[in-house]
Design a binder for this molecule. Structure first.
Ligand SMILES: [Fe+2]
Length: 243
């Protein structure tokens, strides 16, 4: 499986705190059936002020340690960008790292606040599409506005967004309500990618293997392969910031 969302680079966000912890996460990720992991630290203005340079430096140290430990996992890096008014400026200044490409569009992991869907999203998404950027929205199933108005999921798709559901949503890690939303999204074919969004090995572990099995049962093995392997592989294959 190809996992496009993780917080494994140590010490630069709310994921791994130490290299030792990052190596444990990498081992757990391999045990879960993942062969390639994209490191996507938060780029959250005022909270986690990560830049491409900071991420690249942390990534290089992680890569070296994972290779030295002999862990059979390939890596690339990007970021999870929290929506804010500076994002279009960052794009123009080449400050945004992309997961890769799909359909000749650059794929950006673009996070909404957990509490709500901010005003002006339609303009932002239109602006991105015109700039050749394909937003991939992580974990819509955990957004409070979507809990109140589930029809917003289809609205996001109608805006041209791809949607990434978290593996743990299918294992019940975020509760029954989130699990129900994820399952309904699966049945309605509203999911493009499933990823772990792993932050540690206990509270937010990598559950890609268990989620793959669950999706295979709920829908089909073919759909599971598409969401956990094929679409993420297509995106990552074009990652120009892999090294
Ligand atoms: Fe994340």
């Amino acid at each position: 499986m190809i996992d496009v969302h993780s917080h494994i680079i140590p010490g630069i966000d709310d994921g791994a705190r130490t290299m030792e912890m990052a190596l444990d996460m990498a081992r757990q990720t391999v045990d879960s059936g993942v062969t390639h992991l994209v490191c996507t630290p938060h780029m959250h203005w005022g909270t986690f002020d990560n830049t491409k340079a900071i991420i690249r430096e942390g990534y290089a140290a992680l890569l070296e340690s994972i290779n030295a430990a002999g862990i059979p996992l390939t890596l690339s890096w990007a970021g999870e960008i929290r929506i804010n008014e500076m994002v279009p400026v960052w794009f123009k200044d080449d400050k945004l790292p992309f997961l890769g490409q799909i359909n000749n569009q650059q794929v950006l992991l673009l996070e909404m606040p957990h509490s709500n869907m901010p005003a002006g999203l339609d303009q932002l998404f239109r602006w991105f599409r015109n700039a050749g950027v394909q937003p991939l929205i992580p974990h819509p199933e955990r957004n409070r506005d979507i809990w109140k108005q589930p029809e917003k999921i289809q609205w996001l798709r109608n805006q041209g967004c791809m949607l990434q559901v978290t593996a743990g949503a299918f294992t019940g890690r975020f509760g029954d309500h989130v699990q129900k939303i994820a399952e309904e999204m699966l049945i309605k074919n509203q999911i493009d990618v499933v990823a772990s969004d792993t932050h540690d090995t206990l509270r937010r572990p990598n559950e890609m293997g268990a989620a793959f099995e669950r999706v295979s049962v709920l829908h089909s093995a073919q759909r599971a392969k598409q969401l956990f392997v094929q679409t993420p592989a297509e995106i990552v294959a074009a990652n120009s910031v892999a090294t």
